[in-house]
Design a protein around this ligand. Structure first.
Ligand SMILES: Nc1ncnc2c1ncn2[C@@H]1O[C@H](COP(=O)(O)OP(=O)(O)OP(=O)(O)O)[C@@H](O)[C@H]1O
Ligand SMILES: Nc1nc2c(ncn2[C@@H]2O[C@H](COP(=O)(O)OP(=O)(O)O)[C@@H](O)[C@H]2O)c(=O)[nH]1
Length: 228
């Protein structure tokens, strides 16, 4: 059991490696990796009222409105009083960040700062297993069988909005909405920014930062567990 509960958020533009790094953190430090995208997909699959609503936005390549996100996520976080977690994909906006603030005290925020050319290259080569949200990259972490998810064997797909034509608008939007969130966490003294073009080079810095903040690693809690 961890001595003290630890709550962290990872932020960054599309393709910056949030999901990839979150998995490593979950494996190394035993935090639960919570992903807003996974949580939305679960709600969509379960046909919940919020899931049906969220789907109409996601299908159009739009962000889900703040009130839908907070209504979905905050009650689940409130249930996790006995767990340490790392949240990936939430908060995205200042409204979401303020709502999260009223629910819990964050210990740390990781912000990934990755050059545009790198994001473009990675995303144009990102393949996704739509059922689980597992991601692959044909150069960096290819699936064992080309075009197939490692666990289910189901086909992988690419998202239109990962292609360069959509990326510029997505990045501009990310910068606009994320800036006040980053400023908020900076003013609280909990923001740690990591820059670079390769996850494998950034990872040791994140690893050593977290090693100073999370002394022990529980033997349980080692898997990626999407929100229930
Ligand atoms: N915090 C959030 N606020 C609003 N919409 C969200 C949020 N998190 C996820 N979404 C919606 O769910 C979709 C899927 O999210 P997910 O994080 O899996 O993928 P993504 O958009 O490809 O992000 P990234 O490229 O950064 O991994 C998003 O495109 C967006 O429409
Ligand atoms: N070439 C390369 N690809 C990477 C690297 N890190 C992550 N990726 C891939 O880049 C894509 C985006 O990473 P992901 O973790 O999904 O980023 P997110 O959108 O911020 O969650 C995925 O296809 C990853 O497999 C890296 O250092 N080099």
């Amino acid at each position: 059991m961890m001595a003290k509960l630890f709550r962290a958020v990872i932020m960054g533009p599309p393709g910056s490696g949030k999901g990839t790094i979150s998995e490593r953190i979950a494996q190394s430090f035993g935090l639960k990796h919570l992903s807003s995208g996974d949580f939305l997909r679960e709600n969509i699959a379960a046909d919940t009222e919020a899931g049906v609503l969220a789907k109409t936005y996601i299908e159009r390549g739009l962000m889900v409105p703040d009130h839908v996100m907070t209504r979905l996520l905050l009650p689940r976080l409130e249930e996790m009083t006995r767990h340490s977690w790392l949240m990936d994909g939430f908060p995205c906006t200042l409204t979401q960040a303020k709502a999260l603030n009223s629910t819990c005290d964050l210990d740390l925020v990781i912000s990934l700062n990755i050059p545009y050319e790198t994001l473009k290259d990675r995303l144009s080569d990102r393949w996704i297993h739509p059922g689980s949200g597992r991601v692959y990259n044909m150069g960096f972490n290819p699936p064992r069988v080309q075009g197939r998810d490692d666990l289910s064997g189901e086909p992988l797909i690419q998202h239109d909005n990962d292609q360069p034509e959509a990326l510029v608008a997505r990045l501009r939007h990310y910068k606009d909405v994320a800036k006040p969130v980053i400023d908020l966490y900076k003013s609280k003294g909990i923001l740690h920014t990591f820059s670079g073009t390769e996850t494998d080079k950034i990872w040791p810095y994140i690893n050593s930062l977290l090693s100073t903040k999370i002394p022990s690693r529980p033997e349980t809690d080692t898997q990626h567990i999407p929100l229930p």
